[in-house]
Design a protein around this ligand. Sequence first.
Ligand SMILES: [Zn+2]
Length: 125
Amino acid sequence: MINEEIKQKILEMFYNGKGALEISRKLGVSRRGAQKIVREEREKIKNGDAKNPVKKPEKTPPKLPERCPKCGRKVILPCIACNTKRKLQKNIGEELPVATIDLNPENRAIYEQIKKSHDVQQSPI
Ligand SMILES: [Zn+2]
């Protein structure tokens, strides 16, 4: 027995150009069951009373960058930097994983040199 949810999935795949065999394999339903629903839908299309169940996603205009009211960065809201900061602050007290890189002496020397020349300051996030 094919329930309503499965039926909707079958119809969705059907309207996406899939055949009954592929549908039955993907959804794990019997080929007969899938064929039956596809056939019924084809009949409905012929009679002009099929309702295409595939909903086209509504087009939303692309988001434009705005000034974040908290940090002043021009970002697509919500501000990821501020969200991350808030999440990290919430985690204070909990141990956060720390990434480390083991440099060989040669690369470490280069790193130290660059670090020195840039006067890298660790800014708290
Ligand atoms: Zn922000």
